[in-house]
Write a protein that binds this ligand. Sequence first.
Ligand SMILES: O=C(O)CCC(=O)C(=O)O
Length: 254
Amino acid sequence: MVNHSQAEIAELRRQGYVVVPQFLQPADLPALNRTARQQLSARAEPLEFEADLHYPGAPPSRAAAGGETVRRLLDAHGRDTGFARVATSRAVGDWMRGYFDGEVVMSRAHHNCLMTKHPRYGSLTGWHRDIRYWSFAREDLVSVWLALGPETVDNGALWFVPGSHHMEFDAARFDAEKFFRADRADNAAIIDTRVSPRLAPGDAVFFHCNTLHSAGKNSSDAVKFSLVFTYHAAGNAPTPGTRSASIAEIALSG
Ligand SMILES: O=C(O)CCC(=O)C(=O)O
């Protein structure tokens, strides 16, 4: 019989992403949600603001209406022991060791955050590959996105292009910020194949660093909260001198 996570890993290899329903323990969800809301209302540092990224729909500056809207509560691992427990849990470690076929390390150089998407001032995120955030010997990192509440097209859920992690594109297909140019007909044909999986509270989506993805605006009246962490094989080193190598990584014990 195929073990559950082996089938999920095969799906990730094929599609570039896979949804794992009820990956978080239901008993852990209330505390994770409580902490998420407490930390957001305390505006506990370090924070990233929508206004600083200038994505479509974001307030133009910190001084503008909605300018103090938080996008990411950074360093989720460092900010709360409950978040850290999830990031380094046996369930995540086993899944990632299964994918990488060996020892696994968590990067703290990007993601490692509590992602929020606010009604009204939350921006939409254009099509991109997360590898733009990192520099590693091999482009082989996997993120886990953990929904603390429901995620649908209406509240700004992720969209993915299935199979796009296997596609090869020259640099002209991306803009200066490494967003995949939706204004090109060849790119638009690829984007047309997008899907947005609905996530229930506690569901996870695992996705490869080369999978094209985007996310819409939140047109509901509630903030959406998700925990996001990224992993790579212990033998896949960050490039010295880059942001990826700038902060000590966390080895996941087996
Ligand atoms: O929730 C979003 O707007 C998308 C976030 C995303 O794709 C990313 O951080 O790489």
